[in-house]
Design a protein around this ligand. Structure first.
Ligand SMILES: Nc1ncnc2c1ncn2[C@@H]1O[C@H](COP(=O)(O)OP(=O)(O)O)[C@@H](O)[C@H]1O
Ligand SMILES: N[C@@H](CC(=O)OP(=O)(O)O)C(=O)O
Length: 441
């Protein structure tokens, strides 16, 4: 049996967490390949090391003295090293990094959290360190070159029976470090699991598995014991941040189960993510997730329904500005495009004026401060009246629904609400489909 184990930032936040990781690795000889993130938050008010590295880079870019930020980074790493009694010259590594700061690009700077952490973890576990820079190969378009990565990883597996591997980064063909998007250590683990044909991909974090809702919004949400890849993809895409939304593809391709586990409570069963759920859930939904930061663009034109290609022309203007579209609810002579605010923050008014100038609509309206909430579950397709229950639950809280979308597999109903209503809406949906079911037994 072969397990690829990935420990997120919360699992390596300090020396005490390192010890928990060692206990977990030593308790199971199948846990041979270990991926680590950079040290995460020790308390809710703390900073993730990766955030500090982005801050350091911002100081560098704007030519502001970065010594204070560097000092905090240095103290965090050396604090872990000292408490664990590690012998490597981390101070030398860190000072050489800082001295060389102006020669580095942002990706290299922000990748160092995982690099230092993996080096320390390797010494602590007595495993070799393998640098992701020498293994994870990116194409120039930032996708993964699977063929090259596989060849390099297999060579490392032939050389070592165990190793510690930094998540989040790799390199391009010209040797430059490239990082994934934030939270991308999960993708590194999934790639390793795929190439190594692991029996399971264990993803260790600070919650006992995937929860039915974000625990910062709903008080003590239930744990999900089993979830399918497609349900998970919907939830993680919509903001359930436990697992990066892109981490599903490499494991799904080989049908490798993902097991989400809690480093602070390793005895808990956690969540299994597989193609087919083994047990039928007691609840009509699997989970709820949501995100804020959306904006909608409403376009109305008399007789739009008979004007062939009108919607396509609006979408092609958005494409010119590289905007990706979340939803397009439509009426007969109108439609609304929902997109992420960050994609249009500098271009929205230019886009609107182009639509007005080139397509002469009768009305264009922009609304910002929108949140999307997805209610997800495979059982929803065979449970009649789900949408009705959802809308009634929101209605009871006086929340107006700005948009409704249901995917064609009927495993997801997404609603748009105004951001001030976001948390109340998530709680109302949870109460309707979970708390109420509990009370009914
Ligand atoms: N549905 C959910 N289930 C569990 N955790 C969730 C959910 N939605 C959001 N979270 C948050 O995700 C966090 C774990 O992800 P992350 O912070 O990336 O951990 P790590 O540092 O271990 O990679 C949890 O602490 C929790 O606050
Ligand atoms: N350290 C990186 C990558 C990562 O996966 O982190 P975490 O495991 O803490 O989500 C980040 O903060 O984005």
């Amino acid at each position: 049996m072969l397990k690829v184990t990935k420990f997120g930032g919360s699992s390596v936040a300090d020396a005490c967490q390192f010890r928990k990781v060692r206990d977990i690795i030593q308790s199971d000889p199948d846990r041979r390949y270990v991926v680590v993130s950079a040290p995460g938050r020790r308390t809710p008010a703390d900073a993730k090391l990766t955030d500090l590295l982005y801050l350091l880079d911002a100081h560098r870019q704007y030519h502001v003295d970065a010594s204070n930020v560097y000092r905090i980074i240095r103290e965090r790493i050396l604090g872990i090293q000292k408490e664990l009694g590690l012998k490597q010259n981390m101070a030398g590594e860190l000072d050489a990094f800082y001295a060389n700061l102006n020669q580095m690009k942002q990706d290299e700077i922000v990748s160092r959290g995982e690099y230092w952490c993996a080096k320390m973890m390797a010494e602590f576990l007595g495993f070799p360190f393998v640098d992701a820079r020498d293994v994870i190969c990116f194409n120039l378009d930032k996708t993964i070159d699977f063929k090259a990565t596989k060849a390099k990883l297999q060579a490392k597996m032939a050389e070592y029976e165990h190793f510690v591997f930094p998540g989040f980064y790799g390199s391009t063909a010209n040797g430059r470090i490239q990082v994934f998007t934030r939270g991308g250590g999960d993708i590194t683990g999934a790639i390793l699991a795929n190439v190594m044909d692991a029996d399971v991909y264990e993803n260790w974090t600070d919650v006992s598995g995937f929860l039915m809702a974000d625990p910062t919004i709903v008080d003590k949400p239930h744990e999900i014991t089993h979830i399918t890849y497609s349900e998970l993809r919907e939830l993680s895409y919509m903001g359930a941040s436990v697992l990066h939304e892109e981490a599903i593809f490499p494991v799904k391709e080989r049908n490798i189960p993902i097991h989400i586990l809690n480093t602070n409570r390793p005895q808990d069963p956690g969540t299994f993510i597989q193609e087919n759920r083994k047990t039928k859930s007691h609840y009509p939904i699997t989970g709820i997730a949501g995100k804020s930061g959306f904006v909608s663009l409403y376009v109305y034109k008399k007789h739009m329904s008979s004007e062939v290609g009108y919607m396509r022309k609006v979408l092609s203007i958005l494409e010119d500005y590289n905007v990706s579209i979340e939803h397009i609810p439509s009426g007969i002579d109108s439609f609304t495009v929902v997109m992420e605010e960050k994609d249009v923050e500098n271009t929205l008014y230019e886009i609107v004026s182009r639509i007005k100038r080139e397509l002469k609509p009768d009305e264009v309206k922009v609304q910002d401060n929108i949140s999307l909430i997805s209610t997800v579950g495979k059982r929803m397709s065979d449970s009649p009246g789900m949408a009705g229950r959802l809308f009634t639950a929101l209605g009871r809280e006086n929340i107006s629904i700005m948009m409704i979308a249901q995917d064609s597999n009927e495993i997801n109903i997404t609603v748009a609400v105004e951001t001030p209503d976001f948390e109340t809406a998530v709680k109302a949906i949870y109460d309707e489909f979970v708390t109420k079911e509990d009370l009914q037994g």
